[in-house]
Design a protein around this ligand. Structure first.
Ligand code: HEM
Length: 501
């Protein structure tokens, strides 16, 4: 008997390798990420440790904030949310990342917002350039500027109250009206010209466009190379990303209004006037494009954030009648004593301890930004909670998780309890209050938004009795901002307590 040996053909060998090589590569990659990567000891979802697309998926679902909260409850203070990204709510780790002397720069997530803009205080990732830019515009956000902006806010508060007065007894879409208000305020304080949204009771289609831009930019920022690849190919393939509309519409408004002021300079105390002053003093560092960039930044950074925060305070007051009546008591008491004007003044609002506590608490329980604010670990890496995290890893914290820390904010952290802000020692609560970000990248417009919120809320409760429409809960959607909708109220006019005195 003869045994027949077969020599394998070349194509059979290639065929076998065709399957084997990708399989072996994938297996090695998985083994590396799970067992050998420096981040392998940090717990987190299996898929997250293998691909950033898990994070993209979570971001797109619209409840990133809640998912992150759930993950930290499950895994602890460090969670691996991508092969090269760690979510941190460890208190020391948080201070290392966002402390004032921090060397952790912003990650490339921000590059999709900056695009090709040269001057961009929010998006700039280079630490030195950012410091120079921020210094140039600091004066426009200073406390003494704020005093001069108050009159502009008053104009808008009055329009808001008038518009509310027209809707007595009706189902009022409070989420929408607050957004109309905050956009109009930004128009006023920046160009001395509101967008006219409240007057026309309409945003003229702006909000849904911004919603699409924010939705698109938030997930594309998780894989910024997609944005830059698309940017290169755009001349050939056209535009498929809504994020590219971020500079249209409102930027055109900013451009027209700013150009009009450039051509016919008028001395005004609004923010664009201050940016022009800087342009005249330092034309080499701060040109006309920088003025426009700051105008649009005011809108992009200051309108929705303030709306989300203001809604949070009002909504939680309405869901917690005890707190609402305490606030009304504070308002009425001051009004009877002649210590409260209409509209309420900034100085007066600052003396209202319970109001201030309510604002902090509303923003603690519902921070405007839901996702981690991503930073890059600097050279040499960092040690956080016993784990070594190498340089170039992305790390970040979300206020949504940090504000749920019981050692800082006490038990029942998920409840609205303004009283915690009236305790004697609130040092740590303020230290870890992250709604406005932190360190050298902390919000520049914090005082402006605080001014708006501090004035509108007591004025609203002074004029109207506000109730949730049929006691319904709102709907929440986390993009970059945690937007709220289905927030309806019923308004009843109130007798002015000053008349009873
Ligand atoms: C309640 C309202 C507001 C909230 C919750 C808020 C929140 C924040 C947060 C969390 C950051 C840091 C973002 C990051 O690190 O990625 C930030 C930055 C910034 N905000 Fe605000 N903001 C508010 C209102 C405003 C207003 C009204 C303006 C302007 C008129 C403004 C202008 C800015 C600017 C320019 C930055 C960039 C600062 C920098 O990177 O140096 N914000 N804001």
């Amino acid at each position: 008997m003869s045994s027949k040996t077969t020599t394998p053909h070349l194509h059979d060998i290639l065929y076998q390798y065709f399957y084997f090589i990708p399989f072996a590569t994938l297996l090695s990659y998985i083994l590396y990420q799970r067992f050998f990567s420096p981040l392998s000891s940090i717990p987190g979802p299996f898929l997250a440790s293998l691909t950033r697309w898990w994070l993209v998926y979570i971001t797109r679902l619209g409840h990133y904030n809640r998912t992150l909260l759930h993950l930290h409850n499950k895994y602890g203070s460090l969670v691996r949310i991508a092969p090269d990204e760690v979510s941190v709510v460890d208190l020391d780790g948080f201070r290392t990342i966002y402390g004032s002397a921090s060397k952790f720069r912003k990650s490339d997530w921000y590059s999709v917002w900056q695009g090709h803009r040269v001057f961009d205080v929010f998006g700039e990732r280079d630490v030195k350039k950012h410091a120079q830019q921020r210094k140039l515009v600091t004066r426009a956000f200073a406390m003494e500027t704020l005093k001069e902006l108050e009159g502009y806010v008053d104009n808008m508060v009055e329009v808001f109250v008038t518009k509310m007065g027209e809707q007595i007894g009706k189902k009022v879409d409070m989420a929408y009206w607050i957004q109309l208000f905050t956009f109009d305020v930004i128009g006023e304080i920046t160009w001395s010209k509101s967008f006219g949204y409240m007057e026309s009771s309409s945003d003229q289609g702006t909000f849904s466009k911004i919603h699409d831009v924010v939705s698109s930019g938030t997930w594309i920022g998780q894989v910024p190379w997609v944005f830059w690849l698309h940017d290169r190919l755009q001349p050939y393939i056209g535009n498929y990303l809504s994020i590219n509309h971020r500079h249209s519409g409102l930027r055109n408004f900013a451009l027209c209004e700013t150009e009009a002021r450039k051509d016919k300079p008028v001395k005004k105390k609004d923010m664009i006037g201050r940016y022009f002053d800087t342009m005249l003093q330092k034309p080499d560092e701060f040109d006309f494009n920088a003025v426009i960039s700051m105008g649009t930044t005011n809108i992009n950074a200051g309108a929705d954030t303030t709306a989300v925060s203001m809604r949070a305070v009002i909504y939680h007051l309405l869901r917690n009648p005890e707190a609402k009546y305490k606030l009304i008591e504070e308002i009425d008491d001051m009004r009877r004593k002649g210590e409260l004007s209409y509209p309420v003044k900034w100085d007066e609002a600052n003396k209202m301890k319970y109001l201030q506590a309510c604002i902090y608490e509303g923003m603690r329980i519902h921070p405007a930004i839901g996702i981690n604010l991503p930073r890059v670990v600097p050279q040499g890496g960092v040690q956080i909670n016993g784990h070594y995290i190498p340089e170039n890893t992305i790390v970040g914290t979300s206020a949504w998780v940090l504000h749920q820390n019981k050692s800082v904010y006490g038990e029942d952290v998920d409840k609205f309890k303004p009283e915690i802000w009236l305790q004697e020692d609130t040092g740590d609560m303020h230290r870890f209050f992250f709604s406005f970000g932190g360190g050298s990248r902390a919000c520049m417009g914090r005082n402006i938004s605080w001014l708006e919120i501090s004035k509108l809320i007591p004025t609203l409760f002074l004029r109207f009795d506000v109730e949730l429409w049929e006691g319904k809960e709102w709907t929440e959607e986390c993009l970059f901002f945690v937007y709220q909708s289905d927030f309806y109220v019923k308004l009843t006019p109130r007798k002015d307590p000053a008349e009873e005195a």
